[in-house]
Design a protein around this ligand. Structure first.
Ligand SMILES: CC(C)(COP(=O)(O)OP(=O)(O)OC[C@H]1O[C@@H](n2cnc3c(N)ncnc32)[C@H](O)[C@@H]1OP(=O)(O)O)[C@@H](O)C(=O)NCCC(=O)NCCS
Length: 171
């Protein structure tokens, strides 16, 4: 079984492996990266637990969150994937990238490919995304990949901006 989940022009998303936790822990320790993530920075122990949970969810659900590699560098620059939005039946796309790699279209490329994968391979018909209204970079990704704004919605104990994408051809 291939560990590659999907590839796009510059990126590969694959299953996590045991060495990845050490490779990504510095990313989630950066305050600027975690500014809009509830709870703030992750300690290396927390990253280890979160990655372990991502791996479990992928096995349980058949989809989840995966490390993003830049193919030309072979480096993990963060993660992107699909998951249930809180306890709802809605599926959200979410992403966290190392600030060293912001502003190069990587998050948009990963999220667009992940949504297409959800529609074509996972038979998901609707994918949402949420962000704090101040998180202009994240909202920039939603806009840039053509998601539709739904206004504000209450999630994770806060009023967030919500966008959606619907599978082409579905009513
Ligand atoms: C959000 C995040 C993933 C974006 O990553 P990125 O690779 O820099 O995003 P992209 O380069 O694909 O940019 C996406 C769009 O946002 C726009 N954008 C980027 N920075 C912006 C800013 N400061 N203000 C307004 N728009 C901005 C870009 O112009 C681009 O739109 P375009 O394609 O129309 O030009 C990254 O900043 C990040 O990891 N942030 C911390 C974690 C986080 O907040 N995750 C989301 C939780 S909801």
């Amino acid at each position: 079984m291939s560990c590659v989940v999907l590839e796009s022009e510059r990126l590969q998303l694959r299953k996590w492996n045991d060495e990845d936790t050490a490779a990504v822990e510095d990313i989630y320790l950066k305050p600027e990266v975690m500014e809009f993530i509830p709870g703030g920075v992750w300690s290396p122990e927390r990253t280890s637990r979160v990655v372990a949970r991502m791996r479990e969810l992928d096995i349980e659900q058949g989809f989840g969150f995966y490390p993003i590699l830049v193919k030309s560098l072979g480096t993990i620059i963060g993660h992107c994937g699909l998951g249930f939005l809180e306890q709802t039946p809605e599926i959200e796309v979410a992403y966290i990238l190392d600030s060293r790699y912001w502003g190069q279209g990587y998050a948009s490329e990963a999220a667009r490919a992940m949504i297409a994968h959800g529609f074509s391979k996972l038979n998901i018909s609707r994918i949402v995304a949420v962000a704090f209204p101040e998180n202009v970079r994240s909202i920039g990704v939603m806009r840039s990949i053509g998601m539709t704004p739904l206004g504000r919605a209450h999630h994770f104990g806060a009023m967030l901006v919500k966008y959606e994408a619907r599978k082409p051809g579905d009513s």
